[in-house]
Design a binder for this molecule. Structure first.
Ligand SMILES: [Zn+2]
Length: 188
């Protein structure tokens, strides 16, 4: 189950390896990027009224989170992406953590098969991803991060679910996803 979660979604449970990677990786990240992370953390914590913490490590994607409020942003992504992309990836993870999506998904996975047809799971994951996108879009607007780089981020990243049947996708197709994010941003 864990491999499935990690390969298809930004929600993931921290591994010991990820935690051990933090100290070594932080040294190579430019000071300006560390400041950016601290600024984003402070502003999102106030906005969500929580005390989550952002660390730098290695992830298979851009960032990941768990419900205990630890967000890990990928070092390579942090070094190469612009402010808008970094903010969006982190705010998306904050939303997952704040809404405890990993716990809720696990509850669904743990249900006896008779109570929940398996076909509902991708639908639940899709709903969670859309919810996290919407919240991240609202926070981006609230905090003045530009929508252009966020849309470019969504539209230019490789579609890991290319060729999947729409019912089995965790994310909407990139164009659809970008349109939704833009709509939320503009209406916030
Ligand atoms: Zn996500």
């Amino acid at each position: 189950m864990m491999a499935w979660l990690r390969s298809s979604c930004w929600i993931a449970v921290l591994s010991l390896g990820a935690i051990q990677a933090l100290d070594a990786s932080i040294q190579t990240v430019p000071v300006e990027r560390i400041k950016l992370i601290k600024e984003i953390q402070a502003r999102l914590n106030i906005s969500f009224q929580c005390e989550f913490s952002i660390s730098i490590g290695q992830t298979r994607k851009y960032a990941m989170a768990n419900s205990s409020g630890i967000i890990i942003v990928d070092r390579a992504f942090l070094e190469s992406a612009d402010r808008g992309r970094i903010f969006f990836a982190i705010a998306h993870e904050y939303a997952h953590a704040y809404l405890q999506h990993d716990v809720r998904l696990y509850e669904h996975l743990s249900m006896p098969i008779g109570q929940l047809p398996p076909k509902n799971l991708p639908e639940i994951r899709r709903r969670f991803e859309k919810e996290a996108d919407g919240i991240a879009a609202r926070k981006a607007k609230e905090m003045g991060f530009p929508i252009e780089s966020i849309l470019e981020f969504i539209l230019t990243q490789p579609d890991a679910e290319k060729g999947f049947h729409p019912d089995l996708r965790a994310y909407c197709k990139p164009r659809e996803r970008a349109d939704y994010i833009l709509a939320v941003y503009q209406s916030s």
